[in-house]
Design a protein around this ligand. Structure first.
Ligand SMILES: *[C@@H]1O[C@H](CO)[C@@H](O)[C@H](O)[C@H]1NC(C)=O
Ligand SMILES: *[C@@H]1O[C@H](CO)[C@@H](O)[C@H](O)[C@H]1NC(C)=O
Length: 991
């Protein structure tokens, strides 16, 4: 196959004189050492990682995609979690709710984004078992991520099924998919054709081919550690078409803004060594970073969210000649249900540019400046590294990358402090080469942690190409006139010179940046000091130049008027002012914009069509004036006057959710733990096998009941493994006998339980063990990776010579692998009694006997309760107001708390571990207009009990939005049915 690909390249090269390489399967997506080309056009891939599973409301995928597109992205990279789609062997769900991935492709296409598909089979992703189906991750896969048959037979059907859907959505079929990744960060450590990893990569390639994938394959190297799967380096098989390198260089600290911030400047050399025939691709570049249990909450990590990070790091990538970049994550979302792997807690905000609440952070706005620049900078798509170092500037503390387009001679000089963490403000001059000869550009100021891209011989169109500019190009548009947009910090100086302009060009400036012109040997030089806000220069040839200060630039939009991800500079409408402009179109004399605004702002639109005199904002005409330079000015309404009143949560009802701790609880229909051997490679510490995965229970809380006879046992040695931070507690004949609180540093917890012998009976003592669960491990966790068993590893009675447990039974999530709630999916629920009976679901009515205690009352000893209430919200139809639930508890409260909003577990709160106490819900999970069912489960890990001291709804920022969030979400919120109890009986899982 590899040889075939090379031959076909040669043939193409000879026949068509096309310099681009293709994979022999399609010429819709090709590549060379400079860039990817789609349908014959070079394109800079400016992509962000998005996991639809982490936002289980399909309608909101479009919201996120529109925000990305408007903020300069042209692609999304997507993991497909096998675990989310396959609750049991040979069963796949691509249909219910957020499982319907066709909608991901449709919305991406609608929004104008390419898709990079990443279906594994292993994805890592801080998701449970790294995305492996949990039914498979109980040990039966054997040597995972190798060519082992035991593993192959499990993943192959997944790749075929998901591959067929991806294949349907390839660009060759009119869909958005342009690249398809094989596996994930799999390191090629042995370059030998008979190596099992090489064979595994070939199996994956074959499976995707069988599924119909023809777009180029890609892979992501896990940092600069090994040299994997590149056709340019010791290719013995399994190599992909487009090699990529993952990099998370930030090392930023949540507490110390001065630590970290060390740029990596060796990407270019790495790619030159290992993938020199391919474009430089960063399949995962730091968009943020995750936080562990017991770590920091994302909202407090200011360093990771700083716009400076985006500015300096992403520009350094450009300087390194990268032309494909994917930010991991651009939107993190939520590890709802039990989808997290133990290294992360509920929020997967990731300090990403787009917040978990779908709010636009300043980091995203800064990222946009570069997205809009790369989108139109055709010259940037074919550059050679001309040089680099500290010798280009008058100040040796500045490092410069010098890139040159060999065809157009355009130059890109990327400047940053050599010591990237420097907060010095440095003014320097830069020596550049242009078609008009060598030039020294003076007075370039770099503030601390600022990078600038200085362009030379930069092609724009008509009569406004730049000979050079020391102001940064944000973007340009070739409309009825050419419009160039520059940005600088307030007070910084910019100089620009047009190329080949006719003599006698005059200008007028509107705004408070003072612009002067002076002649030079290579043409008129325009110099200005950036003032506050926006200044517009109108030239006598009609062309416009916008001079924006950086923060004004954050609210600048160039809205494409076609849905082609590869945006033409002539197909844009420019807008300035609001928080978000999602779309823009022109009909007759009116330009219609759809967008969102927190506060009322000014709105300036340059439609590129002098017949347009009116603006509609979110469907309503707004009073419009024309400026002297031809743009339209209006005002875009915000939400400052909108009333958001959130109800106080009350009328709680409560029920015991740990009835199983009583000795006489009837567990006769529970699953019997009767295995004396396990498929798992990890040997149990006692028999019978008590691994939950051996009995079909994977996600969430597990309840075990072990029986033994006699009064001689003095205690039990119990070893539990349910992920770091997962605690457990045990009761003997209803009496609390100990457990473990769980710790972020302990994968396995052990406790010597001490029995009070007076509570023992002659026959059928019952030891009930309830265990929390924080997920299945990822592949890198010893000894067995994703297959590290979950549940009880060992249970041995102490003090009794020959007595041992006579039987064990287990209960996990209702129905086990049978996926009784396919919309929310098999990872939503665990095995707490209230969950099994569906008390968390909307429409469940509590019996009259239920108590009226609230989560603030809690429990006074080692007990557990399930609290339910309902509340109504009635937000304005045109508002987007993220709503969250704020919980709190006194220090040293050791408890396991779960939040269920309309049946979705959207919060796993461990007050004794932290850090998360505020849990947001997206619309669709919460009903911003209508009734909501809220449930909270709480069980104390010790006999001092536990209660919360805060349970209240909170509103984040409010936005007046043109996106319709007022929908009927009922299809995502299936209600409790009175057959749930019966259903469980039928399944033999519940009494
Ligand atoms: C700097 O540029 C030279 C000339 O192209 C190149 O050989 C060298 O690898 C570059 N250095 C780095 C750090 O990329
Ligand atoms: C400009 O080009 C000349 C000739 O190619 C070269 O010697 C010189 O180093 C270049 N200067 C810069 C600043 O790139």
């Amino acid at each position: 196959m590899r040889l075939f690909a090379i031959f076909s390249v040669l043939l193409l090269g000879l026949n068509n004189l096309v310099s681009a390489t293709d994979n022999g399967k399609t010429t819709d997506v090709t590549w060379d050492k400079y860039s990817l080309s789609v349908k014959g056009e070079r394109v800079f891939i400016y992509s962000g990682e998005f996991h639809y599973q982490r936002l289980p409301v399909p309608e909101l995928w479009l919201d996120v995609f529109q925000k990305l597109r408007s903020n300069g992205f042209n692609a999304v990279s997507i993991y497909f979690f096998w675990s989310f789609h396959s609750a049991s062997e040979d069963v796949f769900d691509f249909e219910h709710g957020a499982h319907d991935i066709q909608r991901v492709f449709d919305y991406a296409k609608q929004a104008g984004l390419y898709v990079i598909a990443r279906a594994g089979p292993y994805v890592n992703a801080e998701t449970s078992a790294g995305g492996f189906a949990l039914w498979a991750a109980n040990g039966q896969m054997g040597s995972e991520r190798t060519s082992a048959e035991s593993y192959y037979s499990k993943w192959y059907p997944w790749i075929i099924k998901v591959g067929e859907i991806i294949a349907k959505n390839q660009i060759t079929n009119g869909g958005p998919v342009i690249l398809n990744q094989h596996e994930n960060e799999l390191q090629e450590t042995t370059h030998s054709a008979d190596n099992t990893l090489v064979k595994y990569m070939e199996q994956i390639a074959d499976a995707f081919t069988e599924a119909g994938i023809v777009v180029p394959s890609s892979h992501n190297e896990k940092g600069m550690r090994s040299m994997s799967w590149s056709t340019d380096y010791q290719d013995v098989g399994g190599a992909v078409n487009v090699y990529g390198l993952d990099s998370y260089p930030g090392g930023l600290s949540c507490t110390n803004p001065d630590s970290g911030f060390n740029l990596v400047r060796t990407y270019y050399q790495w790619f030159q060594n290992y993938s020199y025939t391919q474009p430089e691709y960063l399949p995962e570049f730091e968009g943020g970073w995750f936080q562990p249990w017991g770590g920091y909450f994302y909202d407090t990590c200011a360093a990771e969210q700083s716009p400076e990070f985006a500015d300096v790091y992403y520009k350094n990538n450009i300087g390194s000649r990268v032309t494909l970049q994917n930010l991991y994550m651009v939107f993190g979302g939520t590890n709802w249900g039990h989808s997290a792997t133990p290294v992360v807690y509920t929020s997967y905000d990731y300090a990403a540019p787009l917040r978990e609440t779908r709010e636009i952070r300043d980091k995203l706005k800064q990222t946009k400046l570069l997205g809009l620049f790369t989108r139109v900078s055709g010259d940037l798509l074919k550059t050679d590294m001309e040089g680099n170092g500290t010798g280009y500037t008058s100040d040796a503390s500045i490092f410069t990358w010098a890139l040159r387009n060999p065809s157009t001679r355009a130059g890109f000089y990327v400047l940053a402090h050599s010591k990237s963490s420097s907060r010095d403000v440095t003014t320097t001059s830069l020596n550049v080469n242009t078609t008009a000869g060598a030039i020294t550009i003076p007075d370039i100021e770099l503030a601390g942690r600022q990078s600038k891209i200085i362009v030379t011989d930069y092609t724009i169109g008509k009569a406004s190409s730049l000979l050079y500019s020391s102001a940064e190009v944000l973007t340009y548009a070739t409309l009825d006139v050419d419009v160039i947009v520059f940005y600088l910090n307030i007070g910084q100086q910019g100089t620009f010179v047009f190329k080949d302009t006719t003599k006698g060009l005059t200008f007028r400036a509107y705004g408070n940046s003072n612009v002067t012109s002076s002649s030079s040997e290579y043409g008129t030089k325009y110099t200005y000091t950036q003032g506050d806000g926006s200044t517009v220069i109108k030239f006598s040839n009609g062309n416009l130049v916008y001079l924006l200060d950086k923060e004004t630039a954050w609210n600048f939009f160039a809205i494409p008027t076609s849905s082609n991800p590869n945006v033409s500079p002539s197909k844009q409408i420019l807008a300035l002012g609001p928080y978000l402009v999602r779309s823009a179109s022109i009909e007759k004399d009116t330009v219609s914009l759809v967008g969102d605004n927190a506060n009322t702002t000014s709105l300036e639109v340059y439609p590129g069509n002098s017949k347009v005199t009116k603006i509609k904002w979110n469907g309503k005409s707004v009073s419009t004036k024309k400026t002297a330079y031809g743009s339209l000015i209006a005002s875009a309404p915000g939400a400052e006057s909108a009333k958001v009143s959130l109800p106080v949560l009350k009328s709680w009802r409560s029920q015991d959710t740990l009835p199983e701790i009583k000795r006489n609880y009837d567990d006769s229909r529970w699953t019997i733990c009767n295995k004396s051997t396990t498929v798992n490679a990890v040997a149990p510490l006692s028999l019978p096998v008590l691994y939950s995965g051996d009995y079909g229970y994977h996600s969430g809380t597990k309840v075990y009941r072990g029986r033994f006879d006699g009064r001689t046992a003095t205690g039990a040695n119990i070893t539990v493994q349910n992920g770091v931070a997962a605690g457990w507690a045990a009761w003997l004949n209803g009496e609390y006998v100990g457990g473990a609180l769980g710790s972020p540093s302990l994968a396995t917890t052990f406790a010597e339980l001490e029995f009070n012998t007076s509570s023992l009976v002659e026959k059928d003592n019952v030891l009930t063990i309830v265990t929390d669960y924080t997920g299945h491990d990822e592949n890198n966790v010893k000894p067995a990776g994703t297959q590290n068993p979950r549940g009880i590893l060992g249970a041995i009675l102490t003090g009794s010579d020959n007595e041992n447990f006579t039987s064990w039974r287990i209960q996990g999530n209702a129905g086990g692998e049978s996926n009784i709630d396919p919309v929310r999916g098999s990872q939503n629920e665990g095995g707490l009694y209230g969950e099994r009976l569906g008390w968390h679901l909307p429409g469940y009515t509590v019996p009259k006997s239920a108590g009226k205690e609230t989560p603030l009352d809690g429990v006074s000893n080692a007990a557990g309760r399930f609290y339910t209430t309902t509340f109504k919200l009635n937000l304005d139809k045109d508002l987007d107001v993220p709503i969250g639930l704020q919980l709190g508890a006194a220090a040293n409260t050791s408890a396991v708390v779960q939040i269920f909003m309309n049946g979705y577990q959207f919060g796993h709160y461990l007050p004794h571990i932290g850090p998360q106490t505020l849990f947001p819900f997206p619309p669709g999970i919460i009903n911003n207009r209508g009734e909501n069912s809220l449930a909270i489960s709480l069980w104390a890990l010790t006999d001092v009990g536990a209660q919360l001291d805060r349970v209240e709804l909170v509103a984040y920022e409010k936005y007046r939005s043109g996106f319709d969030f007022d929908r009927d979400w009922s299809y995502l919120q299936p209600r409790w049915k009175d057959n749930r109890g019966r259903l469980l009986v039928d399944l033999g899982k519940e009494k």
